[in-house]
Design a protein. Structure first.
Length: 146
């Protein structure tokens, strides 16, 4: 079971390669303001059902999982209609070289998307809507491929 959980977590991390970045900018009255930077990408729409062992769940390509945006989808044992988790998401954070906190935390799409599909340009932390559209899908990986 530990291996299954590890595989699922690692797979989800790879599927969501781009996070929104938040930059704090000082204003003239010494208050902070959040500045959201992202491509002009549409919210990811790809979803896939993970059906392994005795668990069936839905994984979305927007950083969230275990729901279909309305209903719980983490069913264990599968076929029982019992859902032990309603929703979950990825939170990624860290400090940059100057000590500023950078964070991408999903709010379950209550205020837009926090994650987009596809890689970002490492030099200027950007992407394009074409790249987002190209990567708005799930990639199947088998154990023998890893």
């Amino acid at each position: 079971m530990k291996k299954l959980i590890t595989i699922v977590i690692v797979s989800i991390a790879f599927l969501n390669a781009k996070a929104s970045f938040i930059k704090r900018e000082a204003t003239s009255n010494n208050n902070s303001q959040l500045n959201f930077r992202s491509a002009e990408c549409k919210a990811p729409t790809s979803r896939i059902d993970l059906d392994i062992n005795n668990v069936r769940t839905t994984i979305l390509n927007g950083g969230d999982m275990w729901w279909d945006l309305d209903n719980a989808k983490y069913e264990i044992p599968k076929g029982s209609g019992q859902h032990s988790i309603f929703a979950g998401s990825i939170m990624i954070g860290g400090r940059d070289e100057t000590g500023n906190l950078k964070m991408a935390a999903l709010t379950h799409r209550s205020k837009g998307s926090d994650f987009w599909a596809g890689p970002i340009n490492k030099n200027n932390v950007t992407t394009t809507s074409d790249i987002c559209d190209e990567y708005d899908k799930h990639f199947k990986v088998n154990r023998k491929d890893v």
